[in-house]
Each structure stands twice: as structure tokens, then as C-alpha cells.
Design a protein. Sequence first.
Lengths: 294, 110
Amino acid sequence: MSLERFAVICTSDFNLYNRWFSGEDITPVLEQRASLGFNSCRVWTAYRIDLIGDCDPHRPGFYASLPEFMETIAQYGLYAEITAFTGPYVYFPTQQAMIDHWNRLDDVLNGVTNLLDLEAINEWDNPPNFGVPLDQLRRPVGKLASHGSGAQDSPPTLPAWDVAGYRSPGSEWQRKVGHNAMEWADNLHCPVWTNEYPRTDNDPKPEHWFDGAASSVLLCAGAGCFHPPEGKNSTLFTNQTLVCASAFVQGAQSVPLEFQDGAYSRVEPNPPGILRIYRRTLSDGRFHEVRVRE
Amino acid sequence: MNYSFYIFPTPETATCVLRHDTGGWTLTATPAVHPSGRPGQVFTIPDATPQDNGAALLITAPKKVPIDLRGTLHVGAETYLKVDDFHLSTASVTLPRLVLNGDVLKQDVP
């Protein structure tokens, strides 16, 4: 047995399980994500939301089929963050129905090795999510679990469990996705990553995606979660999304993971055009820097 | 007179099953040493087996992707399977479980 370094290089693929469970061929999507260099995807399990999809978890076989889906994506080297709740809630008339959903996901994912984490909720403090009984959900054992993410720049769901998700604000997001997630990791004493970036159609500059991913790998548990419009409904990336996705992965892979163990510092002053220079220095004096561009 | 059909799987302990389309038999190979001295496995093909008819060969072993082949089986002084169907088996991929390591994750590689 050995422990090998792993950085989260994830993409939104919210509707992926729903597509697969509905009988659609997701092979082209999986091939594309894997060939781009992603090692994980973020998948939702119960929703009816425009531009994402309609995923009814009450369909026969919905829970029992989840391990087979996980095995399918494992063929492409992909882990998955499985998210239980995201409002509005058309499929859970009561809190007990929500708890049942959570328990069934938790049960069925026992023994699945390519689970990144089982996440309770997407943005706990977003108004459609009020009423989810987060304090009544059992904490999973034997698998990594997240109590959930918050909305922009708010705390992850507390108390944090094994890992946690963060959202950066829009301004200077390309540095905050890593830096602010690192601060939460320091505060919560667990791995944290930004599990939903600003969307690519809101900022299509490839250098921002490169820098955001690179600084995140250096500063926290990984690049986090790339978030394009196509990731919402899990279709093929096209046009500028492809450019940004390539930049994101290249940025993530540009950082040698041994430097995650180094001491953090910020190098000043910032040269023109540079927002921040982040550095981690190992005990032997070697260091790695990421320059985050404006 | 039976015919000997030698194969040389790796690992040598792999389970090798040969099914003949028209001969009505399915055989499992047994450990054997080829007259050349090379260790492998042998199928003992029944004497009445029709010449150059279809046969399927499946080779499996723990933690290995199966090999699934089809062809025509020639019997005689030199017995061989002329393969023309190559079926790729689905690999069962198990990714290493992720574990906590301070503020980062690591793969727990067996």
C-alpha cells in the first residue's frame, strides 16, 4: 500500500447520472472529459431546473444503479462528487423524504472506491435550500463526505465533515478560488476546494482559468471544479469552453504536487498585470510560485 | 486418436476454455509441457472433431482482463486455432480510494 498525491481536477457534470440512468449514451462526454485531463466530476441527484435537467430520484432502480454508473465513469479514470440536495425541491415533499434520499445515497455508495465525496448540499444558504434538515443528516462513515458548500464567499456548511466546498466571489475570482479555499482549509482543518467556479460564459479568458487552477492546486486540495454552461446539463464542451477547459487542466497540472507540503507565503510587490504571487517553500528551500494575472 | 492443442498463457495458471461449435464439446486446458520443453497448457481434442470448424477460446485469470477469441480449429499433426474474431473484454477498473492527508487528499494505492 502507498499513498500517492492527488489534486482535484473536477468539472461540473450535474446532469450526468440522470442522462446515464435515462438510457442516454454518455460515452462521448466521458471520453472528452478524460481526454482533457479531468479526474473527477460533480454530479447531482435530485432536481428539476431549467438548463440542467429533470432528475426524479423516485424512478425504480435509481439508487441501486448508482454503483454501476460509478463503475462506468471509473473506466475513464473519473471520480465523482455526488451531491444530494439542490433546490428548489419538487421531489421531496417532506424533510423525512430528504433524509431518506440522503440515507439511500449513503447506503448505496458503500464500497464504491471512485467516490470523491458524498456532498450533502449545493449552497446551503441559497434561499431555495432553506428547510433542508442538514442538522438531521447522519454523517457518513467509511467514505469521504462534505456537509455542503455555501453561496458566494460564505462559509461551507458547518460543522464541516471530512472535506468542504467553497464558492469565490466574482471579483478577482481567479485568485480567490485557491487562496480563500486555503483559508477555509486552515480554519476547518480539512481539505477544501472551490467546487463551483464562476461560469466560463461569465469570464472566458483562458489565462484566468489557468491561473485559478494552478494557484488552487498549490494552495489547497486541488484545482476545484471547472464550471461551464455545458457542465450544467452534461453535454460536450464546445468553442470557448474547450479553450478554457484546456487552460484549466494545464494550469492544474503545471504545479508539482510535492509543493503542497510547503510553507505558504505571498511575494510582494506585484508586478504590473499581476494580482498576486503565491509561493509555497519546502523545508529544503525549494519553492514553487504561481503568478495570478489580472 | 486425440489431438493435442498447446497454448502458453501468462500467467500459466490462467483458466483456458475451448468450446467447439459443431463438435459438441467444451474443454478446459490442463498444465502440460510442449515437446519443445516450454511449459503451458494443453487441450486434448477428441478424435472425431470436424476439421476447420469454428471454436471459441476464453482465457481468464484473477485481476486480469479476459481474452476472448474465435476462429477455426485445425486438427492434425499440428493442431492450432486460426483466429479471426478478436473480442475486447470490458476491464473492471477500480480506482484507488481517496483518503485524507491533512488539508489535501491522497490515493490509497494497493
